[in-house]
Write a protein that binds this ligand. Structure first.
Ligand code: GLC
Length: 746
């Protein structure tokens, strides 16, 4: 918890820690048990508890926070009741999922991770915070920090991919962006490290399914982004939905008390995921709501999100002496402390004229365009087809996502958001106003099973396209392509095909997209494939047959402009993959940081782990091309031998050996050759995105010390640093070959 004792924020001095605790204790003194339980209750703003109105709940102090409400005027109405009519006048926190933008939409978090640019991620979330706070929102349920190594899992879109080093850097950057360094800053929101922990390892990539992870996997892979968020001062955590080793995260004392509080010293507060406390019964863990409330509270869940299990059971548990008032107070304290630190008691209301002024600031869309440009990854560019000439006169833009604002903005829009993105088609037409830019969507694409949240989507639903209409659209698209000099195919996934409750068994392009791509490519014209998607896709045919492929992800409000900036050479793409692209969904989970096995891929006898397909990824972790070329050389280690506990510097030079300015992401990997445990064949331990003019050389410098060389050992049942020999590689992706040795001795 960032207790900024006495530092001055934009408008009022932040209370010193002693003042905060004095005010909290004074509040607790006068609060009734019902009010204290109210602070532990988060009410659903979308569907109010049956039988009670929002006003009644707030008036009795029955909810310390409200989620799923996005209405500035309504925020003030309810806040006025809380402040002026509830027994202790404690302001309410309004919370919402502002995952990658409030009104100005940024690239989805997986795309932001592909920028390998924490500063860009920080700026994006600072803009999101400014807009959300101007709307009256105090608390976002982000950043999502779940390491994801199974691309079938729909929520891979919300995180930073497969790697703990990159994930930790993005975690800290997002927390800084959302929260700043002063909780009383009226342009920031509380951040929430979610979903603690291990959710990304849901079996089969099936959302919500059980997770079985060893303590070593949790501590070496899944925890680091959460620890980085905590170190960056994250004010809140959220416990995950699923069973972790048969114990639901929201009832998991080891996770929420032993690790999060005792070991890591977290002093903020933790909210369950939606209905997570009540669902302890559904998961077959708790006997009934009373048991669920008891075990969640004992485990360390401060706030019950939307299930009303606390409000229905905690008073009775106190009366039965199963929970003490002291235990209730312990859970309420950090919530009150945070409200005091935010200055909510002094400034509970939001200026209802502020949002439109804030949203109109030009720097917001400029930041969104820059973020989108930096997140895109050039996967293929045979023959230098890209960048396309701006003198093009006759272009065809083909595909069901080419003119879709929803697909361009991607998943996790805030309640009531009206799509406003610049589509790829619009971006291309804006860039080449003189050219003839024809468009044909081709057949529509659909989920096989409708999205369960679809009922909340008020947008008018078009009728499902008939097979006949789809065939006609297919032929029209091919005909449109036939009439052009160059074809830009915009394919991928709809926004509801990744995200929550959006897992899938296959990673292929949905519908007839691959068929359409092959039909258009068969015309023999230059074809560029632009992907709009929230997860890796097994674009095996395209990878062999389409000369140019740009991974644009779900790039947000300025996505269409950013795609055009890259396609026509105003921007040189420099993004790198934060997650590998499997050749098939059946290969997942697939990730680079695996241990060697007795038949490693380097073995001459190694052919493939499957006899029916290669098991190498289509595109490896850290991969991305550029319109220029780079050379990385002169790898040096400051000492070939160090003692356990010492640190060594690793340097190299990166040169732009090509014709245009560009960014290279230089990556440092290690492999510990033996030790207490087998260690991954490669592990990212440092990275730097460097901009170079043609011919320019710059040094890059990393350090390797106990933090990078220690790990949690299954064998030793604790953190250790072995004396061992290490491989060190530096390069432009996880297959880096520039090598040095390091020996660590006792
Ligand atoms: C959802 C998600 C979580 C989100 C919460 C509130 O089900 O799992 O990420 O923050 O509920 O919307």
């Amino acid at each position: 918890m960032n207790m900024n004792a006495g530092t001055k924020s934009g408008t009022a001095a932040v209370p010193a820690e002693t003042e905060v605790s004095e005010r909290v204790e004074a509040l607790l003194e006068r609060m009734s048990l019902e009010e204290k339980i109210g602070q532990l209750t988060q009410a659903s703003g979308a569907v109010w508890t049956a039988g009670e109105s929002a006003e009644d709940i707030i008036r009795k102090g029955g909810a310390g926070s409200v989620l799923w409400l996005n209405d500035t005027k309504r925020f003030n109405e309810l806040q006025k009741i809380a402040v002026e009519e509830s027994p202790s006048g404690i302001p309410v926190l309004f919370a919402l999922d502002v995952i990658h933008g409030y009104r100005t939409i940024f690239p989805v978090p997986l795309a932001m991770a592909a920028s390998w640019d924490p500063a860009a991620a920080e700026q994006a979330q600072a803009v999101a915070a400014r807009e959300a706070r101007a709307a009256g929102i105090h608390w976002t349920f982000g950043p999502m920090l779940d390491i994801a190594r199974d691309a079938r899992w729909g929520r891979i879109v919300e995180g930073a991919g497969e790697d703990p080093c990159l994930g930790a850097a993005m975690a800290a950057a997002q927390v800084r962006g959302f929260q700043g360094d002063d909780l009383s800053d009226p342009e920031r929101v509380l951040a929430c490290a979610k979903h603690f922990a291990g959710y990304g390892a849901s079996e089969g990539g099936r959302d919500y399914d059980p997770v079985h992870l060893s303590e070593a996997q949790l501590r070496n892979v899944y925890f680091p982004p959460f620890q980085a968020a905590l170190k960056a001062g994250v004010a809140t955590f959220m416990s995950a939905y699923m069973d972790l080793n048969n114990v639901p995260a929201s009832g998991n004392c080891w996770l929420l008390r032993d690790v999060l509080r005792e070991e890591w010293g977290f002093a903020g507060f933790l909210v369950s995921d939606a209905f997570g406390v009540g669902n302890l019964v559904v998961e077959g863990f708790a006997r009934d709501g009373r048991d669920a409330a008891l075990r969640a509270l004992k485990a360390g869940v401060n706030v019950d999100m939307a299930s009303a299990t606390y409000s229905e059971n905690l008073a009775g548990l106190v009366e039965s002496d199963l929970i003490s008032v002291g235990e209730i107070d312990e859970m309420v304290r950090p919530i009150l402390a945070t409200k005091v630190q935010m200055g909510l008691f002094e400034r509970p209301y939001v200026d209802e004229t502020l949002l439109e002024e804030v949203v109109a600031r030009p720097e917001h869309r400029q930041a969104a365009r820059l973020a989108a440009q930096r997140s895109m990854v050039l996967l293929r560019n045979e023959g230098g087809l890209l960048p396309l000439s701006k003198e093009q006169k006759n272009i065809a833009v083909i595909g069901p996502l080419a003119d879709s604002m929803v697909a361009t903005e991607g998943s996790w829009m805030v309640f009531g958001h009206k799509p406003g993105a610049v589509t790829v088609l619009q971006g291309i037409r804006a860039r080449l106003p003189e050219a003839n830019v024809a468009y044909a969507p081709g057949p529509k694409i659909y989920r096989d099973f409708p999205h369960p949240f679809g009922e909340f989507d008020t947008a008018a639903k078009e009728p499902i396209q008939t097979p006949e209409a789809a065939e006609a659209a297919f032929q029209t698209a091919v005909a449109t392509a036939r009439g052009a000099d160059v074809v830009i195919m915009v394919l991928g996934e709809e926004a509801d095909m990744a995200g929550e409750f959006a897992s899938r068994g296959s990673l292929d392009l949905p519908g007839r997209q691959d068929e359409l791509l092959q039909a258009v490519t068969a015309l023999g014209k230059p074809v560029v494939l632009v992907l709009l998607n929230g997860r890796p896709l097994s674009i095996n045919w395209a990878a062999e047959n389409v000369p140019a492929i740009l991974e644009a992800w779900e790039p947000g409000t300025e996505g269409g402009h950013a795609v055009a900036d890259i396609l026509f050479g105003d921007v040189n793409p420099g993004g790198k993959l934060p997650v590998c692209f499997p050749r098939s969904g059946s290969h997942a989970p697939l990730y680079y940081a695996r241990t060697l096995t007795h038949l490693p891929e380097s073995s001459p006898r190694y052919l493939s782990r499957y006899w029916d397909s290669p098991t190498t990824p289509l595109y490896p972790f850290g991969f991305g091309l550029s319109y220029t070329t780079f050379a990385i050389a002169n790898l040096k280690v400051s000492a070939s031998q160090i003692k356990v506990g010492q640190t060594v510097a690793v340097t190299a030079d990166v040169t732009n050996t090509g014709p245009v300015t560009g960014d290279e992401v230089v990556q440092l990997y290690i492999h510990q050759q033996w030790g207490s445990d087998s260690r991954p064949m490669r592990e990212l331990k440092g990275f730097a995105r460097v901009t170079l003019q043609p011919g320019e050389t710059k040094p890059v410098r990393f350090s390797l010390g106990p933090d990078e060389l220690s790990y949690w050992s299954t064998n030793a049942k604790g953190w250790i640093q072995d004396a061992a020999a290490f491989d060190i590689w530096i390069g432009s992706d996880s297959l880096a070959t520039l090598h040095a040795d390091l020996e660590v001795i006792q």
